[in-house]
Write a protein that binds this ligand. Structure first.
Ligand SMILES: [Ca+2]
Length: 364
């Protein structure tokens, strides 16, 4: 509910949600300074930002607007995946021959790798949705023939930097070979390779990892670690079924239905912004550690004045440079390069400790 007060005949509201907030998309405003106008939104929306665009102001009086936004209880089925546990959704029939799929879920993770869902059949069909290097990878095979003339393997990626600990939504809609693969409202349409229309799966579909075989597998894919919300598979509410203990979740060491927030939060720098922290006067030691990721090969990572000089950490042509200038001594310059840095985006863990005129540790 949005409540406005003040002289504002017709404020308009914009939202990324597809459904309009009101049939006209507008909320009628106020006709005087005192009374309160309430707008109940027609549909529940989940939003981080809400933009109110005033379209018109009253000709009487002065421009003014006060508003309040009231939330309502939001119930979502959330499962915390610990990187070990896998939810197994067993089919009612041993073998499933599926012409149409609708799979929807939301995920939030800090890990760049992990299997979100997987199903396979003895005929060689499979569907796997996983995070790989922070991107979403959907692999699907509706069937190949034994002579190799029909190859059904189809692979599509979407998004990037999805290990940002924010919620992302995925919807996979398939009818025969036609697939709509939607990530955060961006839809890719593709047709699967081969000539077959049915996804033939045996026994089960697993969420959060591959089915547990009992045998150690070399090069096994990593299980998903993070949270998933509102998992829906062909009309079945998987999260709710798991909460009501209708699904096999025995592989979890600790199954929880809430999303535990990590204590680290990424900070975004736009090239002109910076974060300034108070220093400690008359200390001759600096110790700093952080992880960073950037698409830019060059940029200043950190600068600090020292009691007798300055410390600078920078990216120069994809290499990390530590530059320490001590007034009483000659300039000291330490270059640290890593093969990792030749890939974009750069990711790295940086830890530098400086103590009284010498670098005691610098690692990457
Ligand atoms: Ca098939």
């Amino acid at each position: 509910m949005i409540v406005t007060a003040g002289f504002l005949p017709k404020p308009g509201l914009s939202t990324n949600e597809r459904q309009p907030l009101s049939p006209s998309g507008l909320c009628e405003g106020n006709s005087n300074t005192e009374s309160v106008v309430r707008h109940d939104l027609q549909n529940l929306i989940v939003a981080r930002y809400l933009r109110i665009i005033p379209l018109d102001w009253s000709e009487e009086g002065r421009i003014g607007l006060r508003f309040e936004i009231y939330g309502c209880p939001y119930w979502a089925d959330v499962i915390n995946f610990d990187g070990q546990g896998v939810i197994s959704y067993r089919f009612k029939m041993k073998k499933m021959k599926i012409l149409k799929d609708v799979i929807a879920l939301k995920f939030k993770t800090s890990e760049s790798e992990g299997v979100i869902l997987h199903g396979e059949g003895q005929q060689g069909d499979y569907i796997t949705l996983e995070l790989r290097r922070g991107r979403l990878l959907l692999q699907i095979n509706l069937g190949s023939n034994q002579y190799g003339s029909i190859l059904g393997h189809t692979s599509v990626t979407s998004g990037s930097l999805l290990d940002d600990h924010h919620w992302h939504s995925v919807v996979i809609e398939r009818y025969r070979r036609n697939v709509n693969f939607t990530l955060d409202q961006h839809t890719q349409h593709f047709r699967t390779n081969g000539e077959f229309d049915h996804l033939d799966l045996d026994y089960e579909l697993t969420f959060g990892g591959m089915p547990y075989s009992g045998k150690p597998v070399s090069g096994a894919r990593r299980n998903f670690k993070g949270c998933m919300e509102s998992i829906n598979y062909n009309g079945e509410n998987i999260t709710d079924l798991a909460r009501r203990k209708k699904l096999d979740t025995s592989s979890f060491r600790n199954l929880t239905f809430s999303c535990v927030d990590t204590h680290t939060f990424p900070v975004f720098f736009n090239g002109t912004s910076f974060l300034q922290l108070p220093g400690r006067r008359d200390h001759n030691m600096v110790s700093v550690g952080f992880q960073f990721r950037t698409w830019n090969p060059s940029g200043l990572l950190l600068f600090s004045s020292l009691a007798d000089g300055m410390l600078e950490l920078a990216l120069n042509d994809g290499k990390v440079t530590v530059h320490i200038n001590v007034t009483q001594q000659k300039n000291m310059r330490v270059d640290i390069a890593s093969g990792e840095l030749t890939f974009f985006p750069h990711t790295g863990l940086m830890a530098v400790t400086w103590r009284s005129h010498k670098v005691s540790s610098a690692s990457f």
